[in-house]
Design a binder for this molecule. Structure first.
Ligand SMILES: [Zn+2]
Length: 350
């Protein structure tokens, strides 16, 4: 019995170890890409503001031509540049994650090793669609802000040129963010700043808002792509007949730290679903996979029922492999003993 306890404990350690290595891998790859993804949006906003022709913008405002305002604000160029850059960056994360995860997966997936297909059209398409969705949000937000600023200018009887300048400074901001920048500027004026001072401070405030927004996008999307790289690997494994979709399960893994969302993600810890079955979030939504919300850092791992947890260990080196093999043999013996005793088999997930 003592031997069984020891083996069960070891099985538990292997399981915890695998889960930790899993989200650590997802984060490590994502984190490495975050700075470049952050600067994509910041640079694009900066370049757009630099290249806007204020005279043309003012003319469009004066003539009430919203489409002309959008053109003068170079919306389409920003949209296209962001799409291209994000798509390339997301593809980079996908590829890296797919390759790294080959070494982290259950033994049954070992056949994909060295054959993970980096140029898979499905992965390319996923990256393109992801980038497009992301950029659409930015662009739609920008258009809403433009309409808001124009309407406000008309309400307040602001000259077209001032509205033009407001529009230029609103590039990269959602309506809510634009309002918070406006409020900030208003407060500075009340506090006694000159108009120029208040504008300068508002500019700096807006730059912070841009950065925060860019960071949320980057953190969320790099984790998302990192997880997707792993899912792509599973898809390729299924296509090669290495796993059976119907007989395979997935387990939701949370990152155990203070940045875990206590409402949405914490209750999802350990949730088990089929390969194509959605998870249920803490706030009652169905999601196929992490991420479950902006800044979500959750992960998902594969479980092949009926296999011992000892077959689930990562296999980075021979020493660990032989250790795992030894443990697997011990576990099999212990499982037999346990079955005789009516206890749980060590490979069973609770
Ligand atoms: Zn989460």
């Amino acid at each position: 019995m003592e031997r069984l306890q020891r083996v069960l404990k070891q099985a538990e350690r292997f399981r915890a170890n695998r889960e930790r290595r899993s989200w650590q891998t997802t984060h490590r790859i994502a984190d490495r890409h975050v700075p470049r993804v952050v600067s994509t949006l910041i640079l694009e906003i900066r370049n757009t503001r630099r290249d806007v022709n204020l005279a043309a913008l003012t003319r469009a405002v004066a003539s009430g031509n919203v489409k002309g305002v959008e053109d003068a604000l170079l919306i389409e160029r920003m949209d296209a540049n962001l799409k291209r850059n994000y798509s390339r960056q997301i593809r980079g994360v996908l590829n890296e994650a797919g390759a790294a995860n080959v070494r982290l997966q259950p033994r049954a997936l070992a056949g994909v090793f060295g054959r993970f297909d980096l140029t898979n059209p499905r992965a390319v398409q996923w990256a393109n669609e992801k980038a497009a969705t992301l950029v659409r949000e930015v662009t739609e937000g920008q258009k809403a802000t433009i309409r808001r600023v124009i309407a406000q200018g008309i309400d307040q009887g602001v000259p077209a040129r001032s509205t033009g300048r407001r529009l230029r400074s609103a590039i990269g901001l959602t309506v809510r963010q634009w309002e918070s920048v406006q409020n900030f500027q208003q407060k500075r004026l009340i506090a006694g700043d000159s108009i120029a001072q208040a504008e300068l401070r508002a500019e700096k405030f807006a730059a912070k808002v841009h950065r925060r927004r860019a960071e949320v996008i980057a953190r969320t999307e790099t984790i998302d792509a990192s997880v997707q790289g792993r899912l792509e690997l599973w898809d390729q494994a299924e296509e090669r007949g290495l796993i059976e979709g119907d007989a395979t399960q997935r387990k939701w893994i949370v990152t155990p730290d203070d940045r875990l969302d206590s409402i949405i993600c914490a209750p999802m810890s350990g949730q088990i679903r089929g390969l194509r079955e959605p998870f249920l979030t803490g706030d009652g939504r169905l999601v196929m996979r992490p991420t479950a919300h902006p800044n979500c850092r959750c992960d998902v791992i594969l479980i092949i029922p009926g296999t011992s947890v000892f077959e689930d260990v990562p296999e980075p080196e021979g020493r660990r492999r032989s250790r795992a093999a030894g443990l697997a043999a011990a576990a099999a013996a212990a499982a037999l003993a346990s079955r005789d005793a009516g206890g749980p088999a060590p490979g069973e997930e609770s």
